[in-house]
Design a protein around this ligand. Structure first.
Ligand code: 5RP
Length: 236
């Protein structure tokens, strides 16, 4: 079964669950405070985003329009009264996108896709003028570690997996766009080289390596509050 519950995306990082949860909430609330009425907002997927949705709803911004990156986020956002629209209805343009991450390295690379939504998440992040990553401090790592999530076409899946070996299917439902979810399991010595290899492989729809140039800001919540880091992306 696909993990489409925004509250249960598998956490890679350790830490006391209640402490980690409180940090996720703190990062999410800090991001919600950066949203103004009238904005077009991309909503990521996962347990950190699950804290963002009520924090945004509480702001009661009547002209907010949101684009969800997964059916789970769409359901949760709609239940809270947030207005949802298609990205195409907004001419493919967002003011801000806010999303979690599985790991973040010191160079600003992130791995996403623990919830199998990385393809839509990357489209939404790229469509936004500002992409904000929210995470508990446990997600900050010295070196990125596998897996790197993949979305691949059904056609020729065996050949695609062989071309990006070591990799295997994840055993979850297909993506909302009908593709298979897999994971690249090799060590990540050079994220940029690996991202290029994965992107250049026919049959790979999208991979979960998010480059520093895509990320505008990071809100990382730890023992001493929420640290606001700049990403490598500059406003267009
Ligand atoms: C979903 C994602 C999530 O943002 C990522 O897995 C982090 O999830 P969580 O906030 O539950 O730790 O990329 O595809």
């Amino acid at each position: 079964m696909a993990n489409d519950d925004p509250t249960t995306t598998p956490a890679r990082a350790g830490g006391l669950p209640e402490v980690v949860e409180e940090r996720k909430r703190a990062a999410a609330r800090a991001a919600a405070a950066l949203v103004d009425d009238g904005m077009r907002v991309g909503l990521g997927t996962g347990s950190t985003v699950a804290h963002l949705l009520p924090a945004l709803a509480e702001r009661r911004l009547p002209a907010l329009r949101c684009v969800a990156t997964s059916p789970a986020t769409a359901r949760a956002a709609a239940a809270l009264g947030l207005e949802l629209v298609d990205l195409d209805e907004l001419d493919g343009k967002l003011d801000v996108a806010i999303d979690g991450a599985d790991e973040i390295d010191p160079g600003g690379w992130a791995i996403k896709g623990g919830g199998a939504a990385h393809t839509r998440e990357k489209i939404v992040a790229a469509a936004a003028r500002r992409f904000i990553v929210i995470a508990s401090a446990e997600k900050s790592v010295g070196t990125l570690t596998p897996p790197v999530p993949l979305e691949i076409l059904r056609f020729g899946a065996t050949a695609t997996l062989a071309a990006v070996a070591p990799a295997r299917l994840r055993g979850v439902d297909p993506s909302p766009d009908g593709n298979l979810i897999a994971d690249h399991l090799g060590a990540i010595h050079d994220p940029r080289a690996l991202a290029r290899h994965l992107a250049d492989t026919p049959g790979v729809v999208e991979h979960g390596l998010f480059p520093p140039e895509l990320i505008s800001e990071l809100l990382i919540a730890g023992a001493h509050g929420v640290e606001h880091r700049r990403g490598a992306r500059r406003a267009a």
